[in-house]
Ligand binder design. Structure first.
Ligand code: ASP
Ligand code: MG
Length: 459
């Protein structure tokens, strides 16, 4: 068994859907389970409808809604005929009837609860999967639509719901195993689930990769394939570095480090259910289905190139906290972190000395309140517009002199905060935002002048 997950651009129109189905047909005998995103732009459009409606712009909401409806109907018409086309048209029109009722409600109420947001957002995946399943049948494949809300059970934390795996796993198996045994191709929605009493929830933006891992873990599949619109995981952001390489194989640990620091290919927590069960994940390119993507597995892969990739992220804020008074006092660090915890602000990079703690955050919405708490016991200084650079590679731990090589390559750049994780597979540091691109390019030149061809492929 395998899971094949298609992102928004892989189901965005008839051409994309047919390409995705071609990839499925080639792996037909591996018993694929299909997990889908909404068509590209649909989730944003649906959430926009919710916003416009509760802000009083019912006309604007209806206009966005009509555009989305037309797109889904047009795609269905290009893919389906006869009975199947009528079914799809009825389904899409029904969805937009519900959406139009929701628009009315929101307009009158003047507010949009997280619960209603989830109800609206869920239509994206529900429509893409319906059309996709019908298209499979149209092409002679036994597609079987499964409503993920019946098997993916979550808490009530709408828009960010947490999946209850103990409840969901047996449900997923009970529902899917008989379909697979009967030779059918189950088609499910990513991103959505429901509470114990059946109210629709979503698990967070970009969450359908996580759904795919979850389904894969529940079924104990051999491979989870994440089909997206890039060649795989790359050695750097191709918008910054002109000559990047595709990484053929990477470990879970390395991929997770990259995901946290801005490599957009994977949702950071996507890999967890797969990692826990040692299920390999493939990132595949739905624009070029013949090419091999990136293989991610628990295994460490030896290579003569010490690093795998350079991730980076701008718009980072550094908070420097000094306290001579608290020096050597226990509880200093916990008081600092309590302030961030209280305002639910995520801290990314941390480095400390005897009298100073520096940390980084990327969302500053609650920064003033946090600073007020910190200033009660320490001097605080804030630096904005920083960029985090994260150099990742399993061989960092076994390659002597690597730090020298990294910082030697950028010797005239002012480096702020340096941190090396306990896993020793990454070196993370901060520079001024304006210098980020140059730093990434120089590091890439240094490490990828002629990378190990076993592991890296020009792209
Ligand atoms: N459609 C959802 C989103 O755009 C989920 C996903 O694509 O992963 O966030
Ligand atoms: Mg997506």
């Amino acid at each position: 068994m395998i899971v094949m997950k298609y992102g928004g651009t892989s189901v965005q129109d008839d051409v994309a859907i047919l390409r995705s189905i071609e990839a499925i047909s080639r792996q037909r005998d591996l018993q694929p389970v299909i997990v889908l995103s909404a068509m590209a732009g649909a989730t944003n459009g649906l959430l926009k409808i919710g916003d416009l409606a509760h802000q009083g712009d019912a006309e604007g909401a209806k206009a966005v809604s009509a555009k989305l409806r037309d797109h889904h109907i047009a795609v269905a018409r290009r893919l389906l005929t006869g009975e199947r086309l009528s079914k799809a048209e009825v389904f899409v029109n029904d969805c937009f009837c519900h959406i139009s009722n929701i628009i009315q409600g929101l307009f009158l109420l003047g507010e949009c609860s997280p619960r209603t947001k989830d109800a609206i957002a869920s239509f994206g995946e529900r429509m893409s999967s319906f059309i996709f399943a019908e298209t499979l049948k149209e092409r002679g494949f036994p597609g079987a639509l499964v409503d993920s809300r019946e098997v993916v059970k979550t808490d009530k934390n709408f828009t960010q719901a947490v999946v209850n795996q103990d409840v969901s796993f047996p449900l997923i198996r009970e529902r899917l195993n008989p379909l697979l045994a009967a030779g059918q191709i189950p088609v499910m929605q990513g991103f959505i689930g429901s509470t114990a009493d059946g109210v629709t929830t979503t698990i967070g933006r970009g969450g359908s990769d996580f759904s795919a891992s979850l389904v894969g873990a529940a079924l104990g599949v051999e491979d989870i394939q994440i089909w997206t619109d890039v060649p795989g995981i790359l050695t750097a952001d191709p918008r910054i570095v002109p000559k990047v390489f595709k990484i053929k194989a990477i470990s879970f640990a390395e991929a997770s480090e990259l995901a946290y620091f801005g490599a957009k290919v994977l949702h950071p927590s996507t890999l967890l259910p797969a990692v826990e069960r040692n299920i390999p994940v493939h990132v595949c390119n739905s624009m070029a289905i013949d090419q091999e993507g990136t293989f991610i597995s628990a295994e460490r892969i030896p290579s003569s190139t010490p690093i795998k990739s350079i991730a980076c992220k701008k718009g980072i804020t550094i908070v420097n906290i000094y306290s001579t008074r608290m020096l050597l006092a226990h509880g200093f660090l916990s008081r600092i972190f309590e302030a961030f915890e209280k305002y639910r602000t995520v801290v990314d990079v941390v480095s400390t000395s005897e009298v100073n703690v520096s940390l980084t955050i990327d969302s500053t919405g609650k920064l003033d309140a946090i600073l007020a708490e910190l200033k009660a016991f320490a001097d605080v200084e804030v630096e904005t517009d920083a960029a985090v650079i994260c150099v990742v590679g399993d061989n960092l731990r076994s390659t002597p002199g690597i730090a020298g090589k990294i910082f030697g390559a950028i010797d005239n750049v002012n480096v702020r905060m340096i941190s090396q994780g306990a896993s020793r597979i990454n070196v993370t540091f901060l520079v001024r935002g304006a210098r980020m691109e140059e730093v990434v390019r120089r590091l890439h030149d240094e490490f990828f002048a002629s990378p190990d061809p076993e592991l890296f492929e020009p792209c």
